[in-house]
Write a new protein. Structure first.
Length: 86
């Protein structure tokens, strides 16, 4: 059995290297770069989500003053027309 293995390995060693092996480097490096970009994007999304959760929690837990609403484009409460009506 060892003789057979030795013969197979000797035959493989004497054969020329297949040309397809030369193209493996480029595709492997491209896959690694794509994987790295995917991991970086995922890390950024997780970080953004974590910051959003922390800001949301801080906004609900932190004491705040009561809300005071005024119309954005309407008449302010101190406008002369409002003062005459009241």
């Amino acid at each position: 059995m060892m003789m057979d293995l030795d013969l197979v390995l000797e035959r493989l060693g004497s054969e020329p290297v297949p040309a397809a092996l030369a193209a493996i480097d480029g595709s492997a490096v491209a896959r690694l770069a794509r994987r790295r970009e995917t991991q970086t994007a995922r890390r950024g999304l997780v970080l953004a989500g974590g910051v959003a959760v922390l800001v949301g929690l801080a906004g609900t837990v932190a004491p705040s003053t009561p809300a005071h609403a005024e119309p954005l484009l309407g008449l302010p409460a101190a406008a002369p027309s409002n003062l005459l009506v009241e």
